[in-house]
Design a protein around this ligand. Structure first.
Ligand code: HEM
Length: 132
């Protein structure tokens, strides 16, 4: 099985639990007051649902799906739209991995490396679109 398939299965095990996304945002916001500030006016229930799909797009992209959804994220998160500085994606990925470690009962250090290498190209594409 390829890395992206292992990651797909890991995500299925972890995001089964409805509190996965609550825990993710709690971990993510604890990384920086700037991140917390970006979500003060956000409907977090809706946001958790959007992120569920967003993570899936990154995984599907790694499994060969077109980059249309990734480009849409790059556009919405870019400087001229939501203005998400590229430096925040490292925190995002760390918060995701911390959450997976707790919610995927089959998590291993090897699987962490699979997650990081699988999501990296999509995240880099989003970061590159910041000031395009
Ligand atoms: C690759 C990682 C990320 C994914 C998959 C993702 C996914 C999403 C999705 C699906 C939305 C809904 C709007 C849309 O479709 O564009 C969204 C909104 C948003 N994201 Fe991200 N995001 C990521 C990284 C980040 C980072 C690093 C930040 C920085 C703090 C951030 C901040 C926000 C904010 C502030 C909103 C709007 C919230 C609102 O509507 O009030 N995102 N994100």
């Amino acid at each position: 099985m390829g890395d992206a398939d292992l990651v797909f299965q890991s995500y299925g095990r972890a995001c089964n639990n409805p509190s996965f996304f609550e825990e993710f945002y709690s971990n993510f916001m604890s990384k920086s007051p700037d991140i917390r500030a970006m979500f003060v006016n956000t409907n977090m229930e809706a946001q958790r649902g959007l992120l569920r799909g967003g993570v899936l797009w990154l995984i599907m992209h790694a499994r060969g799906m077109s980059d249309a959804k990734i480009r849409a994220l790059g556009e919405s998160h870019s400087k001229k739209n939501m203005n998400i500085n590229p430096m925040f994606y490292g925190f995002w990925l760390d918060a995701l991995l911390e959450t997976l470690k707790v919610y995927d009962p089959e998590f291993t250090p090897e699987l962490e490396l699979c997650w990081r290498s699988t999501l990296r190209p999509s995240i880099e594409m989003i970061q590159d679109m910041y000031d395009k």
